[in-house]
Ligand binder design. Structure first.
Ligand SMILES: Nc1ncnc2c1ncn2[C@@H]1O[C@H](COP(=O)(O)OP(=O)(O)OP(=O)(O)O)[C@@H](O)[C@H]1O
Ligand SMILES: [Mg+2]
Length: 228
């Protein structure tokens, strides 16, 4: 069992903290934004300088699942003074949201450029076991239920099929001056996610949403992994 999952289970947690989920991604070479965990203001400033501006500042707390609803995500933070301000705001807002929130630190992360958003998911099907999902982000999944599924493990060919299968596939081929998405990069993420699911049977549910795609790159901007 991965050390990260082991530690979370030991602490009685069912959800990995975002830096834990992203570290697990890195162990499977699933691309994520550069990130650092800061435990105080000065560490946050140093992290932002090492990562390079602009950065994203997010609260790390087991008690706050929807960070942006709680005012705990600051995007496009452009300089050290703004990092200090963002650090104070996300920690204050976390405690306003829930006064007993355990604050584990603050995540300082590379701000990804605008791009096309997709999502990769994982579920445990009662019959078939670990299953991967692909879809375009936001309303495509939530409202239109435009998703494709395959039982893990999947090959790169199967991953490419999954991508082509969604109704919104055309949007990945570029529009309004937005460059097409590199399908091989996405297919690799799907294959690696299927391995991650199979090799970590403690994972009940996984959500990489959004995955931001731009100029042939793709990185997981938010990762939620539910265990136990
Ligand atoms: N590193 C990043 N670069 C660019 N955009 C980002 C980055 N991280 C997050 N975002 C954007 O900010 C949104 C909110 O961040 P995140 O998903 O981490 O918080 P959340 O609490 O899960 O919010 P939500 O519940 O709205 O998904 C993301 O959906 C994404 O659009
Ligand atoms: Mg999110």
């Amino acid at each position: 069992m991965s050390n990260i999952i082991c530690k979370a289970l030991d602490e009685g947690r069912r959800i990995l903290l975002e830096p834990e989920a992203k570290t697990l991604c890195l162990q499977y070479s699933i691309p994520v934004p550069k990130f650092k965990v800061a435990l105080n203001l000065e560490e946050a400033v140093r992290a932002s300088e090492e990562i390079g501006f602009p950065v994203v500042v997010k609260i790390i707390s087991r008690d706050i699942i929807h960070k942006s609803d709680a005012g705990c995500v600051k995007l496009n933070v452009e300089n050290p003074e703004a990092v200090r301000e963002a650090y104070k705001q996300v920690t204050e807002n976390a405690l306003k949201f829930y006064s007993k929130a355990k604050i584990e630190g603050v995540l300082v992360e590379e701000m990804l450029p605008r791009g096309i958003e997709v999502a990769v998911g994982g579920i445990k099907d009662v019959e078939f076991g670990p299953t991967v999902m692909f879809g375009l982000g936001g309303v495509f999944i939530e409202v239109l239920k435009d998703m494709s599924f395959r039982v893990a493990p999947i090959s790169e060919d199967e991953a490419r099929e999954m991508i082509r299968e969604v109704k919104g596939f055309k949007l990945l081929q570029g529009y309004r001056g937005i460059k097409p998405v590199d399908l091989n990069v996405l297919a690799e993420i799907l294959v690696k996610t299927s391995r991650l699911l199979l090799e970590n049977p403690e994972i009940n549910q996984l959500d990489f949403n959004p995955i931001i795609c731009w100029n042939g790159n793709a990185k997981v901007a938010d990762a939620r992994i539910i265990i136990g």
